[in-house]
Design a protein around this ligand. Sequence first.
Ligand SMILES: Cc1cc2nc3c(=O)[nH]c(=O)nc-3n(C[C@H](O)[C@H](O)[C@H](O)COP(=O)(O)OP(=O)(O)OC[C@H]3O[C@@H](n4cnc5c(N)ncnc54)[C@H](O)[C@@H]3O)c2cc1C
Length: 507
Amino acid sequence: MNALMYCLKDKKYSWCYETTPQPRANNRVFFWPRGKVMGGSSSLNAMVYVRGHPYDYDRWEQEGAKGWSYADCLPYFKKAQTHQLGGDDYRGDSGPLYVSRGKWNNPLYHAFVDAGLQAGYQHTEDCNGFKQEGFGHFDMTIKNGVRCNASMAYIHPILSKYKNLKISTNSMATKVIVEGSKAVGVEYKQNDATKYARARKEVILCGGSINSPQLLLLSGIGNADELRKLGIPCAANLPGVGENLQDHLEVYIQYKCSKPVTLYKYQWKFPWNMVTTGLQWFITKSGAASTTHMEAGSFFRSSSKVAHPDIQIHFLPSVVIDHGQKMGTCHAFQGHSGTMRATSRGNLKLKSTNPFDSPLINPNYLQTEQDIVDFRACVRLTTEIFSQKAFDEFREEVLDKNLRLNSNDEIDSFVRSTSETAYHPCGTAKMGSENDKSAVVDSKCRVLGIDKLRVVDASIMPSILSGNLNAPVIMMAEKAADMILGVPPLPKLHVPVWKPSDPTKQR
Ligand SMILES: Cc1cc2nc3c(=O)[nH]c(=O)nc-3n(C[C@H](O)[C@H](O)[C@H](O)COP(=O)(O)OP(=O)(O)OC[C@H]3O[C@@H](n4cnc5c(N)ncnc54)[C@H](O)[C@@H]3O)c2cc1C
């Protein structure tokens, strides 16, 4: 786990963004890594494969993303995927993205799921299938012990197949070239040289939730008043560009572990274990380095009033400190626990007209009272799970002495001072109907008011999903590919979705 986080603060592999100071989180500046390599953030993410809840996609459709209901998206989730366990109504069995399960050979995974059941929650066989709600396995984008990122899944297999595929690495797109109201190409810098790529058909941006809106703004596509202030000629007045920024925030609830079963034994205090683990992986692609260790997790509702899970826990038999840059000092485990449908909305603005200047990123964390109330429930419910009998043989004291639960103020203070991004920014070039003034792309991913320009990445999500974003982005890319090719979409798939038997109960 720590090995996979080493590169997050390395500017060679990560964009290493920072947010503006967040007033409702003690004015902290949050570190936002994003992948700067082939495969983007899928090349440095935690490899957890989660689709979100079916109702999320039905909500997208209600928000104006016509043709993006769950029934419309499920065929593309399946098309993208090969699941180690084979296909079924929900899983795919022949797609490029390989998804597998961990071996669960750590007793703490069992303790976590047992604790959930002891607390009265559901078990789920497959949180990406019929029932998201509950405790169980997390799927991972890992094939035979190796990360299956977007590049391994989609680019590597076709590198020598298509003669017309040209990949320009170490290149930075600096502007979409717009003639009249038509996108005709891209200006980019490769090393110090300015180059141009002319589009025969159309231009498709997939720079992610920070870079795609930044590139649109630099190209004169955005809020006309703000562009004018920066001296950028306006090609299309789209005030929604850079708005609607959403993210998942989470807290790490960490306990000292009384048994030597955590990943601590693979860390720097035990160099021999580190070396043998590395060697085992290099030679056989097996062992402790062949998994993300986020093999178990859960989704549940903060209250009976919520229609589907709004809290997610990633369980880890280790601790993460400062984005994996610092090692723990003892055997310990943690739940990363966070709310999944925050109501606060942030924004992103250009700092300057220099494409190499990071934009001003303001997620407005914890801006609404609702988000603070939801986090209180999240912290209380998570600590309740860790207090169950199943953890008695492992759990010692809470590592962060600031985690006190006597009052709302104490919990708020813990959340404001320790919360971190779950690395899921989205929504900054949102998809919506043509009469929605804040929409940036239509439901075919086409930028409104500009011909021959699409955006296909997490920025076009109308609203954040109840889960991690990598699998959904890949699903969206599969669906957009059919739109770009001009072929009819795959037929809708209607499948059953679990509902709580007693909707008046939280669990
Ligand atoms: C540390 C971390 C852990 C995560 N863990 C998980 C997880 O376990 N599971 C999960 O589902 N999700 C996870 N995520 C989130 C998930 O990986 C992202 O939401 C998803 O990959 C976003 O896809 P994207 O295509 O929108 O953008 P990205 O994957 O960020 O891709 C954008 C690409 O465009 C390139 N680019 C940007 N601007 C330019 C430019 N101007 N010129 C040229 N190229 C450019 C970037 O370098 C990058 O390669 C994690 C993310 C991070 C950062």
